[in-house]
Design a protein around this ligand. Structure first.
Ligand SMILES: Cc1ncc(COP(=O)(O)O)c(C=O)c1O
Length: 338
């Protein structure tokens, strides 16, 4: 069984598996009951739809252990809703909210000993893929599918903790096909990988900020926000980028604190002229400050180039709710008992 120590969370994000998983199978588009048991490999027919036609998608949420020792899931209902929308858009069998949330809760409850103390957390990964053994099914959906819920104790997503990030500003190539940007299709991540690897490797950046046609969208794994003392500006939701649960939470906390929230198109000219704070939001990233952009080979600091006070205050506010240290006025957390 995984230790409740900081040892496992010093490992790279997502490389440590919690010992218990849940699995449910769909036949003719309908899911049977879930089994909860030890983490084990899948048995997959080599003709499986997902292997050939990328009918695979996932979610990512966290369970946090508070200072009081209690473990709370953060906005699991929103993640379940997004996964159901992803599954429908990808023509995969859609699990009921009840099945999916039940599996998430069961997996966290069965892995309670693997939930590390804050600021680390248990990352919960629902996974859905088409298993129909038919390599002639390029133009037909997979009626059979496997839904699994996995978990992993995680520490910081960005190595080095709280430090200002540098983003490569990509103004031509989109992260993925525009109509699938809003969902967590596995293929979206494969499509963004080449550019991200180049940004991280030879260019020394942390992530790529995709702004095809000069219109800012998001990075490979987080939403993007511009912040100032009195307001937040972020791209308005559309099909081209993921509708982040953390984005929604940060905007709500900002409104609660009296900041104006502007959800509207953000273009590269505005971004390059911004002299205040910028940040990435995501389940893995929480709210991480952006210090600089690499644009046309030139490194441009944003504001002071440091992680700013608005970013830090909202990050702390969000984490306090997640850990049960601040009042959960929006009903975002649910306690998981062993
Ligand atoms: C492409 C992309 N954008 C944004 C996000 C942030 O979404 P959330 O806040 O729901 O984790 C993620 C992470 O899930 C992501 O993969």
């Amino acid at each position: 069984m995984a230790e409740r120590s900081s040892g496992s969370v010093n490992a790279a994000f997502g490389t440590v598996a919690a010992p218990v998983m849940a699995v449910a199978e769909a036949v003719d588009g309908t899911f049977g009951p879930a089994r909860v048991g030890p983490l084990e490999p899948f048995t997959l027919h080599p003709f499986a739809h997902a292997l050939h036609y990328a009918s695979t998608c996932f979610e990512g949420m966290k369970a946090h252990r508070g200072g009081d020792g209690v473990v709370r899931l953060f906005r699991a209902d929103r993640h379940a809703a997004r996964m159901r929308r992803t599954a429908a858009l990808m023509s995969l069998p859609v699990p009921s909210e009840e099945l999916l949330l039940g599996m998430v809760r069961d997996v966290v409850a069965a892995n309670l000993d693997a939930v590390p103390p804050a600021p680390a957390a248990l990352y919960v990964r629902p996974l859905l893929f088409g298993t129909e053994p038919n390599i002639g099914a390029a133009a037909s959906p997979s009626g059979t599918a496997t839904l699994a819920v996995l978990a992993s104790p995680v520490g910081d997503y960005f190595a080095g903790g709280v430090r200002p990030l540098t983003l490569l500003l990509e103004t031509e190539v989109p992260r993925t096909t525009p109509q699938f940007g809003e969902v967590k299709a596995g293929a979206n991540y494969a499509m963004a990988l080449g550019l991200t690897l180049r940004a991280r490797g030879e260019l020394g950046c942390d992530q790529v900020l995709f702004a095809p046609g000069g219109r800012v969208q998001e990075t490979g794994a987080s939403n993007f926000l511009l912040l100032a003392e009195d307001r937040i500006v972020t791209p308005a939701l559309d099909a081209t980028f993921l509708h982040g649960v953390t984005r929604d939470s940060v905007l709500t906390l900002a409104r609660d604190r009296g900041l104006a929230v502007e959800e509207r198109p953000v273009d590269v000219d505005e971004l390059l002229a911004w002299d205040d704070e910028a940040a990435l939001s995501g389940t893995a990233a929480t709210l991480s400050g952006v210090g600089a952009l690499l644009h046309d080979g030139v490194r441009r600091p944003i504001g002071t180039g440091e992680v700013g006070p608005v970013t830090l205050a909202l990050r702390e506010g969000l984490m306090a709710v997640q850990r049960g240290e601040a009042e959960d006025v929006h009903g975002w957390t649910s306690v998981v008992a062993g």
